[in-house]
Design a protein around this ligand. Structure first.
Ligand code: B16
Ligand code: MG
Length: 220
């Protein structure tokens, strides 16, 4: 293998699949129960954000203050609903270009890792039937600092045995792009150019992923 890059580290929600809709449904149910206003616009702010921090965003619209214990109960409740929703996910829910890109990277000998903020990432990957493509899936429960801290991407690079500079990180959230930048990796943003500042390139979906083009942009 004579590639410039040697590994690709993927985010999950918003890059390989759209679990945001399931997160939305589960948070919506909790918010309704608590009598708190919640809509899809607020849900956008939860992308790439940890479960606990997501709850704090939702509670910004609450007049009541919750104890730490109550917050744990609320996130547990949301997660029970979310887990029930993702049980029925299938390979059909892989976003455009996902399968083709994973196949190509594997064939070409690139290392592949997952750096998702979701504690349910493994279940989703299994249901999408893509777990065999990954050399390493970061267990976010063991990561101390969330994105934009680079820890999750650096952990992934270390576990696949690569210097971060030989890795490409792929993200749909601004905090994720910042994490990739701070990790010293090449950053591919998936989504809207204006909301993914600092990305080396921004693509609409994984069908537009152009490895050769990215390799021609860097020099070591
Ligand atoms: P969980 P990603 C993130 O996934 C989601 O975008 C975010 O909305 C969610 O709160 C977070 O995972 C935690 O998920 O409650 O399942 O642990 O984009 O980092 O793959
Ligand atoms: Mg994401």
């Amino acid at each position: 293998m004579n590639h410039v890059f040697k590994g690709v580290i993927f985010d999950l929600d918003g890059v390989l699949t759209d679990t945001a809709e399931y997160h939305y449904q589960a948070w919506k149910r909790l918010a309704e129960k608590l009598g708190i206003y919640f809509d899809r616009k607020i849900n956008e702010r939860l992308k790439g954000v940890s479960r606990r921090d997501s709850l704090d965003v939702i509670l910004e619209n609450s007049t009541k203050t919750y104890t730490l214990e109550e917050k744990v109960k609320l996130t547990d409740e949301k997660n029970t609903d979310y887990v029930a929703l993702i049980q029925n996910m299938t390979a059909e829910e892989l976003l455009p270009g996902g399968k083709e890109l994973l196949k190509f990277l594997k064939q070409e000998g690139y290392k592949i890792a997952l750096a998702s903020a979701s504690k349910n990432a493994f279940t989703v990957i299994k249901n999408l039937d893509i777990e065999d493509y990954f050399d390493y899936i970061v267990d976010v429960a063991k990561v101390k600092k969330g994105k934009p801290d680079p820890e999750i991407f650096l952990t992934a690079a270390m576990e696949i045995g690569l210097d971060p500079k030989f890795c490409i990180g792929v993200e749909d959230a601004q905090a994720g792009i910042q994490a990739i930048n701070q990790a010293g990796m090449f950053a591919v943003g998936v989504g809207d150019k204006d909301s993914l500042k600092g990305a080396d390139v921004v693509i609409q979906n994984l069908n537009d992923f152009q490895l050769e083009e990215y390799e021609s942009k860097v020099m070591f």
